[in-house]
Design a protein around this ligand. Structure first.
Ligand SMILES: Nc1ncnc2c1ncn2[C@@H]1O[C@H](COP(=O)(O)OP(=O)(O)OP(=O)(O)O)[C@@H](O)[C@H]1O
Ligand SMILES: [Mg+2]
Length: 236
């Protein structure tokens, strides 16, 4: 299987004053193209840190972060930004839509930043907005939409430039159970249609169980866990 993401010997720590706090130690993972990986772990265990490393938003202290064929921590900051705009789609817990832009402007922003906005890509983007059920709201501002609607726009925005890799950080964490499930189903079906890789941090074992593989961070170590692990189950 072609690989989409590979981390080799990745470590990350944060320094606060005198204290160095090791968040990730010697992380090794390979994710195949088109796979859906769920990332579990207690609050503060390093899930967002790991996603930020894969997204090139943060840099490791050691090791290599390979995404869509490039070792991104060896790129310049400028190259890393360009790489992210081309290959990565990001979905966050708090939607992160730009409040001063309309739904349509938010949606088209990745294409504009990438320099690929034209009649053709715009039409495809509006089709995608229709797929998430919000084409009629395209001239609305984000604060006029419900949380679930905002996240559906954010999902369309994350996919609009056809990224190979989608990184989702607790995408349903701010939604009620039913809405969260609907948003999850939408994200899953859109990404599988496109054959994109999805790496999702979540506290929900129910959602995590939908993934092809489950990984968990504990004591700064990333390890694969069985899909049938029940809540509170102890691993030996
Ligand atoms: N920029 C930073 N400076 C200092 N410490 C940081 C920084 N970013 C993260 N940390 C620390 O790294 C650890 C891991 O944080 P991270 O946000 O990755 O956890 P998480 O697993 O995503 O938690 P949650 O489930 O609550 O979102 C935490 O102890 C956090 O305080
Ligand atoms: Mg987090």
């Amino acid at each position: 299987m072609r690989r989409a993401v590979a981390l080799r010997g990745v470590s990350k720590s944060y320094r606060e004053g005198e204290i160095e706090h090791s968040v990730l130690e010697n992380v090794e993972i390979t994710v195949g193209a088109g796979e859906f990986i769920a990332l579990l772990g207690p609050s503060g265990s390093g899930k967002s840190t790991l996603l930020n490393l894969i997204g090139g938003i943060d840099l490791p202290d050691a090791g290599e972060v390979e995404v869509a064929g490039a070792v991104i921590n060896h790129l310049s900051e400028r190259q890393r930004t360009l790489h992210r705009r081309q290959h990565i789609g990001l979905v966050f817990q708090f939607f992160n839509l730009i409040s001063t832009l309309t739904v349509e402007e938010n949606l088209l922003l990745p294409l504009e930043l990438q320099g690929s906005l034209d009649q053709h890509t715009k039409a495809a983007a509006l089709d995608l907005l229709a797929r998430v059920g919000l084409k009629e709201r395209r001239h609305s501002f984000p604060d006029r939409l419900s949380g679930g609607e905002q996240q559906r726009v954010a999902i369309a925005r994350a996919l609009v430039h056809s990224p190979q890799v989608i990184l989702a950080d607790e995408p349903t964490g701010n939604l009620d159970h039913e809405t969260g499930l609907q948003v999850m189903e939408l994200l899953e079906s859109l990404r599988s249609e496109r054959g994109a890789t999805l790496i999702m941090a979540t506290h929900s074992r129910q959602l995590a169980a939908r993934a092809d593989a489950l990984w968990s961070i504990r004591d700064a170590r990333l390890e694969r866990v069985a899909v049938d692990v029940t809540p509170g189950a102890r691993r030996g």
